[in-house]
Design a protein around this ligand. Structure first.
Ligand SMILES: [Zn+2]
Length: 306
């Protein structure tokens, strides 16, 4: 790893992160990300270019607007830093290759979607749909090297033109897209029947179609599997925290007996979870990032155990 290049990638990531913050704020509202210039949402004063330097400006202004002192969400700082680290990690992991470009692109889109989902429960089409197209296009430049590429040439003798890795890679990308989308669609239908509320929307379907187009079938299944585990653990943890808080409140304020407080607090905690919209996109997106850095290593370790 070249230190100067590493610094360039990090700085580039910070700048892209700054733009991503604009996307996270504007796309779920259906606003343009190009126009008008960024302004303080509280006092509407346009933000001067010297107050728009990634990370530094937020720290110098201590997270407040220069004009009206309204607080600026720490999400701006976090997204900039994460995008910087993402670009740096892609360079450290994939070197100066087209893979770095591919995975930095995917990671950039995933970060935008994760924070949009966490803040607004929306996964904007303007991120997922171009993402699906980019995933398919990238497969013709960076080999996906998944099930189709590895199995199909051994099964049937392909004509020379179809045996080119680009076609096989494109088929892998396409299959990943179909698998990702249909699994989430099916899971969403089951979830709706089991809990009576929609848990996953079409946003999640498009998100997983995008992940599948970039990563192929195997890493998409890895993402679906680990993402659901992470989501379930988060759900359990949420119920646990609400349960303990409400149990305490019932005992202190209502002077209920421990057993009764425990049972009633549990009932209200599970009802609270039912009303709480689970941000599945956050977990799926997060695990998709883990997948492209560590998924293959995990899968080969797992197969060796069999
Ligand atoms: Zn202001």
């Amino acid at each position: 790893m070249e230190p100067v290049l590493a610094l360039v990638f990090f700085a580039l990531g910070l700048a892209f992160g700054s733009f991503l913050n604009v996307c996270i704020y504007r796309l779920p509202q259906g606003l343009s990300v190009v126009r008008p210039r960024s302004a303080c949402p509280n006092c509407k004063q346009p933000i001067a270019s010297y107050d728009n330097i990634p990370v530094l400006s937020w720290m110098l202004l201590r997270g407040r607007c220069r004009h009206c002192q309204a607080p600026i969400s720490s999400r701006y700082l976090v997204v900039e830093l994460l995008t910087g680290l993402l670009f740096l990690a892609c360079y450290a992991h994939f070197g100066l290759t087209l893979s770095t470009l591919k995975y930095a692109t995917l990671g950039f889109l995933l970060l935008g979607l994760i924070f949009s989902d966490a803040e607004t429960q929306l996964l904007p089409d303007k991120m997922t749909l171009p993402g699906i197209v980019l995933g398919l296009l990238f497969s013709a430049i960076v080999p996906v090297n998944d099930l189709v590429s590895q199995i199909l040439p051994g099964l049937i003798s392909l004509p020379a033109s179809a045996a080119s890795w680009r076609w096989l890679s494109l088929m892998d990308s396409f299959m990943g897209m179909v698998v990702g989308a249909s699994f989430i669609y099916g899971a969403g239908a089951i979830y709706l029947r089991a809990r009576g509320i929609p848990g996953m929307g079409f946003g999640d379907v498009k998100l997983m179609a995008m992940v599948g187009a970039f990563l192929g079938t195997r890493l998409t299944i890895f993402t679906l599997f680990t993402g659901s585990i992470a989501g379930s653990l988060f759900g359990l943890w949420t119920v646990g925290v609400i349960w303990i808080k409400r149990m305490h409140r019932r005992r202190v304020r209502l002077h209920e007996a421990p057993r009764q407080a425990r049972r009633r607090a549990w009932d209200s905690a599970t009802i609270a979870l039912r009303r709480f919209p689970m941000p599945f996109g956050v977990f799926l997106g997060g695990m998709a990032m883990v997948a492209f850095f560590f998924g293959n290593r995990f899968l080969s370790w797992y197969w060796r155990l069999q």
